[in-house]
Design a protein around this ligand. Structure first.
Ligand code: NAD
Ligand code: MG
Length: 298
């Protein structure tokens, strides 16, 4: 199927109902090895010039949702820096090539965002290489499923909080030195903020925090002309899910609990990020845009 996102389509059948085989990848997981492969819009996403000349930093931009956003941003005319872990070089190269193919600048920044200094250095490197910054997408995330609270080690709890919440704080704080009026910050939260999975207590805690961070900071920065919003994906087929993000036995039914009856593909999220990044959403602040196949949210 090669329809772009602007073609009239039935959302039930736009993508097949996948039944992923049981599989296991070491963290952080690679799109290159995901079965079945996932769609980042490589062959479909059609840009309409909505981010011409903009400069974006996307954490976790190598794979999954971040990769789809990076490709869409480049096709909308933005230069894009992606941050990712050094083990993800293969996925990062794929995204870098696609950005460059659009005539946009691609900046690849391997770093671990679970440390404050790395986050500060990341922002400075992105600003140096892009010549500024006006879109920040805090999207890197850690998700490790555990059956009981006792199975969540103190280390796991700490790393999940550091990656999902502290990094967002550190990176955003560093970015504020550079963001001009008109800039946009977009945080990736989750349906887990409202419907916490019993196997993702630590992860769901961070996603609730990301929502509240977004709503508080959105009010604080609005008078400065900087908008902060969030996106809450439902079940999207990405490497996060096969690197212990879900219990193995649950993988074949991944996403079937949604009213659409299927998992989302990362490219189906990209237009939401483009909307919140571009000036067409100038009056949208502190909002969490749910893209989840129809699951009710507050
Ligand atoms: P993904 O594995 O493709 O992306 C997660 C990325 O986070 C990785 O590519 C990695 O680069 C980055 N990351 C993790 N730990 C890091 C660290 N210490 N330092 C630097 N980078 C690190 O999976 P995805 O599903 O696209 O996840 C992207 C975001 O979407 C995450 O915040 C996730 O919580 C959120 N989300 C995903 C789903 C889903 O169903 N896939 C649902 C709701 C929310
Ligand atoms: Mg990755």
């Amino acid at each position: 199927m090669t329809h772009d996102q602007l073609t009239f389509q039935n959302p039930v059948t736009r993508y097949p109902k996948i039944q992923p085989p049981k599989q296991d990848q070491p963290e952080p997981g690679l799109d290159a090895e995901l079965e079945p492969q996932t769609d980042h819009g490589e062959d479909t996403y059609r840009g309409t010039g909505r981010l011409q000349g903009r400069k974006a930093l996307i954490t976790g931009g190598d794979s999954g949702i971040g990769a789809a956003v990076a490709i869409a941003f480049a096709r909308e005319g933005a230069d894009v820096a992606i941050a990712y872990l050094p083990d993800e070089e293969k996925d990062a190269r794929h995204v870098e090539e696609l950005i460059t193919k659009e005539g946009s600048k691609a900046v690849a920044l391997p770093t671990d965002v679970s440390s404050a200094q790395n986050c500060k250095d990341l922002v400075e490197a992105a600003v140096d290489e892009l010549g500024g910054l006006d879109i920040l997408v805090n999207n890197a995330g850690k998700q490790i499923a555990q059956k009981s609270l006792e199975d969540i080690s103190d280390e796991q709890f700490d790393e999940t909080l550091k990656t999902n919440v502290y990094a967002m704080f550190w990176i955003t704080k560093a970015a504020l030195n550079h963001l001009e009026p008109g800039s946009s910050i977009i945080n990736t939260t989750s349906v887990n903020a409202y419907l916490p999975s019993p196997t993702l207590v630590d992860y769901a805690t961070t996603k609730g925090a990301i929502n509240n961070f977004t709503k508080g900071l959105g009010q604080q920065l609005a008078p400065k002309g900087i908008r902060v919003n969030a996106i809450a994906p439902g079940p999207f087929w990405t490497p996060l899910q096969v690197s212990d993000g879900q219990p193995k036995e649950k993988l074949p039914e991944f996403g079937t609990q949604t009213p659409l009856g299927r998992a989302g593909q990362p490219t189906e999220l990209a237009p939401a990020y483009v909307f919140l990044a571009s000036s067409e959403s100038s009056y949208v602040i502190g909002e969490t845009l749910n893209v989840n196949g129809g699951m009710p949210t507050p």
